[in-house]
Design a binder for this molecule. Structure first.
Ligand SMILES: O=P(O)(O)OC[C@H]1O[C@H](OP(=O)(O)OP(=O)(O)O)[C@H](O)[C@@H]1O
Ligand SMILES: Nc1ncnc2[nH]cnc12
Length: 172
């Protein structure tokens, strides 16, 4: 199945010059959604990525990370934008094109030495994924790899990530 054909390209969103890779059209397609999660799980297994938990970033990381965790038979841990999680959190600030943003995770979400696969819908600069990796490493967890539906290769986000396996299903 050609997943790229199910992803809608929206030019000049959210600003001129950006081509927004819209996954809502993929999610809307029952066969496309099922295939995405099935092939994602298959590639993780084939790559030997043995995780105890999937960590997904708000918000589109939730959309793919949770069904992948279900498929792999492991737990899902949300990494959320500031002020959303009710219990004590670890926080990490990271650079955006303009300014900074922050991500948070419950301090008690993971035990040290838990094996974690970080999942998001897309990697662009790698800032979000890199910040999430630093969060789980703060707790002493083992980062087994990253999984993305979409990788924007020209932005070279991989260069900002730790040296672990990276799975991406669709590249631009
Ligand atoms: O590699 P980067 O340059 O960090 O960009 C990738 C991130 O940007 C998008 O999330 P966004 O923060 O736009 O929020 P959303 O998921 O709520 O739409 C996307 O879902 C990734 O998390
Ligand atoms: N081009 C893009 N399309 C969709 N989500 C994004 N997040 C960062 N860059 C993006």
């Amino acid at each position: 199945m050609d997943l790229k054909s199910l992803i809608r390209d929206i030019p000049d969103f959210p600003k001129p010059g950006i081509v927004f890779r819209d996954i809502t059209t993929l999610l809307r397609d029952p066969q496309g959604l099922r295939y995405t999660i099935d092939i994602f799980a298959e590639k993780c297994i084939d790559a030997g990525l043995k995780a105890d938990y999937i960590v997904g970033m708000e918000s589109r990381g939730f959309i793919f990370g949770t069904p992948l965790a279900y498929k792999l038979g492991v737990g899902f841990i949300p990494v959320r934008k500031p002020g959303k999680l009710p219990a004590a959190v670890h926080s990490v600030e990271y650079e955006l094109e303009y300014g900074t943003d922050c991500l948070e995770m419950h301090q008690d979400a993971l035990h040290p030495n838990s094996r974690v696969l970080i999942v998001d819908d897309l990697i662009a600069t790698g800032g979000t994924a890199s910040a999430t990796a630093s969060l789980i490493q703060k707790i002493g967890c083992e980062l087994v790899g990253f999984g993305f539906i979409i990788e924007l290769r020209d932005l070279q986000g991989r260069k900002n990530l730790p040296d672990v396996p990276i799975i991406s299903l669709v590249e631009y």
